[in-house]
Design a protein around this ligand. Structure first.
Ligand code: NAD
Ligand code: MG
Length: 394
């Protein structure tokens, strides 16, 4: 071991906050303000008031809106009075700004191309957008290993695993254990889930997040995604990745080592902690946190109910098949969750739509972002057709 402690203040590069108007994006703005990190650019999909409000917090940042309406474009130009660009090309150009850290808080497969652009530019990506790895794992891993670009995970479970793995060797790891809160429907039966509402599914017990990931937490698809994410981040076979339900969300995940030792990372569920760590790694900087009270609550662990929540095993299956299967899993889920949020399909149809879509699309290898986006597009069309079959009567 070279040394136990790292010294000195964190050397903070300017940040790019992609998906700035979202849950991760807004918390990243808080962390940037707290750390005093310069912000070189912010990006979101729409030209919303929230993007304007975010831009006011970072007066020196370039601003990108990927898909604004014509009125939104006019509003942004007149309100901001500074560099503001539009469209996907502008987002990719921003992501490739040299000597920056890109915090990717975009939701969905749209996060893939900017992640690869930032990695190709040799930058660190503080990665919250898990769909980047689910849809394009092989392509992203290739981009991260080809040059100096690196991925530091923001997803709380993967940040926990990362922290447990620091200083260890690959051969010493026997198992990764991802914790799952179990979501709002933990302990419920299939009959109960048959007619749950959107509001019930959006009421996450421990984390406050965007709508897609909140529904994915209710189906356990989020945990399935995180298993695949862990497989690509840590090059660990699926047989050595387990999921345990831990309703308190205090233990954020664990690593089991060959000598029987388990290491865990604990703390209150607050995404600002893993966001900050992904920015300052390998250093730790004092955070704006209250001390955790260990006596506060018992920590419980239980088996996930794989029959009531079939999305978990669908994820393992797609992960083991590999190639384009996880991309199909993600695209089909994205379409099904959107349909559920619009009240068009029942909750249990989400898993059915994903399963049918996986069965209907042949698996291919993925070598480029274009390959991933082509599979994504096909899977969305097939999933959309499967949604129609499941649309609620009346
Ligand atoms: P959100 O819905 O709150 O925000 C999404 C952001 O992405 C918005 O700023 C939106 O404008 C932007 N966006 C959407 N489509 C875009 C496009 N085509 N191009 C550019 N920008 C686009 O989502 P969130 O909860 O902040 O989650 C973001 C990502 O982080 C997701 O992948 C999610 O799985 C992951 N994540 C979130 C949390 C959390 O606590 N919220 C925790 C772990 C991982
Ligand atoms: Mg997570």
């Amino acid at each position: 071991m070279d040394r136990v402690f790292l010294d000195g203040a964190a050397h903070l590069k300017p940040l790019l906050i992609l998906g700035v108007t979202g849950s991760i994006g807004q918390q990243t703005l808080d962390v940037a303000e707290y750390l005093g990190s310069p912000v070189a650019g912010i990006a979101a999909f729409r030209g919303s008031q929230s993007l304007v409000d975010s831009a006011m917090r970072v007066p020196d940042a370039a601003v990108v809106a990927v898909g604004p309406t014509a009125e939104e474009q006019d509003m942004l130009i007149s309100t901001l009075g500074r560099r503001v660009s539009f469209g996907l090309e502008a987002l990719l150009e921003m992501a490739a700004t040299p000597h920056t850290i890109a915090v990717n808080g975009i939701v969905g497969a749209a996060g893939l191309a900017p992640t690869v652009a930032a990695l190709d530019a040799g930058n660190r990506v503080a990665l919250a957008n898990k769909e980047t790895l689910i849809a394009g794992g092989p392509v992203v891993v290739a981009a991260a290993t080809a040059g100096p670009g690196e991925i530091i995970p923001v997803d709380s479970e993967h940040s926990a695993l990362w922290q447990c793995l620091v200083g260890e060797t690959e051969a010493s790891v026997s198992r990764l254990v991802l914790t799952a809160s179990g979501g709002p429907f933990r302990g419920k039966s299939k009959e109960f889930l048959d007619d749950v509402t959107v509001d019930q599914a959006l009421a996450h017990p421990t984390w406050s997040m965007g709508p897609r990931i909140t529904i994915d937490s209710a189906t356990l698809m989020n945990k399935a995604f995180e298993v695949i994410e862990a497989h690509y981040l840590y090059a660990i076979p699926y047989d050595q990745i387990d999921v345990v339900v831990h309703p308190q969300s205090i233990v954020h995940s664990l690593v089991e080592f060959v000598d029987g030792t388990l290491k865990a990372e604990l703390g209150d569920p607050d995404m600002r902690v893993p966001i900050q760590y992904a920015i300052t790694y390998p250093e730790r900087v004092k955070a704006d946190m209250e001390q955790f009270d260990l006596t506060k609550a018992p920590l419980l662990f239980e088996e996930p109910d794989r029959k009531v929540f079939p999305c978990l095993d669908l994820g393992y299956e797609a992960g083991r098949i590999g190639g384009s299967a996880p991309a199909v899993l993600n695209a089909a889920d994205e379409v099904a969750v959107a349909a559920f949020l619009q009240g068009r399909i029942p909750f249990l149809a989400i898993a059915d739509i994903v399963e049918s879509t996986l069965e209907q699309i042949p698996v291919v290898d993925l070598a480029s972002v274009a390959d991933v986006l082509a599979v994504d597009e096909t899977a969305r069309k097939v999933a959309a057709a499967n949604v129609e079959v499941n649309v609620r009567a009346g």
